[in-house]
Write a new protein. Structure first.
Length: 235
């Protein structure tokens, strides 16, 4: 039930992000003085390709961050089991503070590269290639980002539900797949390991990607209109 509510909330978040980004995209194009966005124009088409690639790149970075932090957490837990006497027997308390510090520090440090990707892409695209390319980047990231966010949230939730479905054993079919430790359960655990960062990290954070890029482009649209397209001006 809780997971179903969470999936519903993610659906609303993705839908609202898409609508807000579409409105911001229209405002950015209008403020920059662009009357039409022609997808057949080379500058716009290049931006579309780059923008459609960004959600996949961003998701890969966040998934890799989750993997590296999870490994650090596993290593810390193993270290405590090996160095704290009585921890394995339950007679000693673990060092919770170190584990919490690993998680909190990583939540800030690991988001610097994805955040830089989101913030620098509109600046680089508009400065070197102009507003038409920037419009293509925004359109491509909006369309691709919504699809990737929906896919990540749904597939991640499905893999998570598969493990819970087997462990609960509420139906005859679920009992034939279990119990814990069976091949089906082991496969579901592996799927859940991938599904959790998909539905909890990559999926929700893509909403920030498409909205933040549109907001930044809207704010700096007059500056980009005046000083953008340096590469084509030099040519």
């Amino acid at each position: 039930m809780q997971l179903a509510i969470q999936q519903l909330q993610l659906g609303f978040a993705i839908g609202s992000a898409a609508l807000v980004s579409l409105a911001l995209f229209g405002a950015c194009v209008s403020r920059a003085g662009i009357k039409t966005v022609d997808v057949l124009a080379p500058k716009v088409f290049i931006g579309l390709l780059v923008g459609a690639m960004l959600p996949y790149w961003f998701s890969a970075m966040t998934m890799k961050s989750v993997e590296s932090v999870a490994l650090k957490m596993v290593e810390e837990v193993r270290r405590q089991f090996n160095t704290i006497p009585g921890l394995m027997e339950g007679t000693a308390k673990p060092d919770y503070a170190t584990c919490v510090k690993i998680s909190t520090d990583a939540s800030l440090k690991e988001m610097i590269p994805p955040g830089a990707l989101v913030m620098l892409t509109p600046v680089i695209a508009s400065t070197f290639f102009g507003l038409e390319t920037l419009a293509g980047v925004l359109a491509g990231s909006l369309v691709s980002g919504v699809q990737v966010a929906i896919s990540a949230s749904n597939t991640g939730g499905a893999w998570d539900n598969a493990k819970k479905y087997i462990e609960a054993g509420a139906t005859e079919h679920a009992r034939t797949l279990g119990p814990k430790g069976s091949d089906a359960h082991k496969a579901a655990v592996i799927g859940d390991t991938v599904g959790d960062p998909l539905k909890d990290t990559s999926g929700p954070s893509l909403n920030i990607l498409i909205k933040l890029m549109a907001v930044e482009s809207l704010v700096f649209a007059p500056f980009f209109a005046t000083h953008g397209g340096v590469l084509f001006k030099l040519l």
